[in-house]
Design a protein around this ligand. Sequence first.
Ligand SMILES: NC(=O)C[C@H](N)C(=O)O
Length: 324
Amino acid sequence: MTKTLILVHTGGTISMTTDERGAVTPGLNNPLLGQIHKLGLADEIIEIEAFNFPSPHITPGHMLELKKLIVRSLADQPADGVVITHGTDTLEETAYFLDLTLNLEIPVVLTGAMRSADEIGSDGVHNVLSAIRVASDEDSRGKGVLVVLNDEIHTAQNVTKTHTSNVSTFQSPQYGPIGLVTNGHIHYHHAPLLRARFHVDELCGRVALLKVYAGMDSEFLFHAADAGYEGIVLEGLGQGNVPPSLMPGIRRLLEDEIPVVLVSRCFNGIAQPVYGYEGGGRMLHEEGVIFAHGLSGQKARIQLLLALSAGIHPGQIAQSFKGH
Ligand SMILES: NC(=O)C[C@H](N)C(=O)O
C-alpha cells in the first residue's frame, strides 16, 4: 500500500555538526533535510523544516506552533504518519505536549540523535529510518505520540532522557519500552493506556517546577505566589512528602487558588498520600495538593500548563490528573 509521511525537522544534535573548535553547533540548514527521501523507505516523504533549534531553546510556545503546523500540514496533505526530528534534551516534553494536544489516529513519532551528523558512529540517520518505519507501520496507529531511538519504541508519557551522552539514553523507568524495532520487524509487546487530552489554542499561565530537598524552606513558594505564577509542580521526596518548612509556602499558594501538583523526585514508583506527619503526603492531599501519579516533574509541568491554558477551573484540575 502506498504510504505518505510528513517529516518535520526542528533541530537538535541530529542536525548539528562539529566546528573548527570542536564544538557541536547548529548549521544554517538541517543536514538531513532533503536526504531521507533518497532512502526510498516510504513512497512519499514530505519534509518540512519547522525550526532549527537546539532543544534547550524550545519553549512551550514552539511546541504549540509545532502542533498547529502538524494539523495544518495534514489538512493540506493527508498522510499516513508524522515523524519529527528533535533535540534530545527537551524531546520528552515536546512529545508529551503533542500527546496531550493532538487528536490523531495516525502515528506521530519523535526521534533525535546523541551524536552529531558528522561524528563517527552517528545515530541520527539510523534513528530517523527506524522512526519512519514505525510511523509507516499499521500497528503504530492509535498509540498516541511515540518516541523511537536506539531501536526502541516508547510512549511520550513514560519516556525520559536518562544519560547525558549514551545512545541508549531514552528509557521508560519502571514500565520499559512498548515495542522494538529490528531489521525486519516492528514488534509491539505492550499497549499504552488512554491519555488525557486538552484543547488549547493559546498558552496562558506560568508554571514553575521546583525540586524538593532536605531542609528546603518556603521562600521560593512565597516568591512564586507574589510573582503571579499560576501553577507550581513540586518534585517531592519519596512517596510524596515535603519538609515541614515548606508547608507555609504550600498553604499560601493554595489559599491564593494556585494549583500545586506533586510528583516524586524518585524516578520509579508513584507519589501517593501515605504519610500523616507534618509535610507527609496524607496531609498534602487533605490540604488540596494534587498528586500526579507516575509523571515526571517536567511532564506534570507540561500537563498543568495545558490544563490552565485549556481554561480548566483550578477546582477541576485534580480531575485532569486522574489516571496518571
Ligand atoms: N542530543 C541532543 O540533541 C542534545 C542537544 N543539546 C539538543 O537537545 O539539542
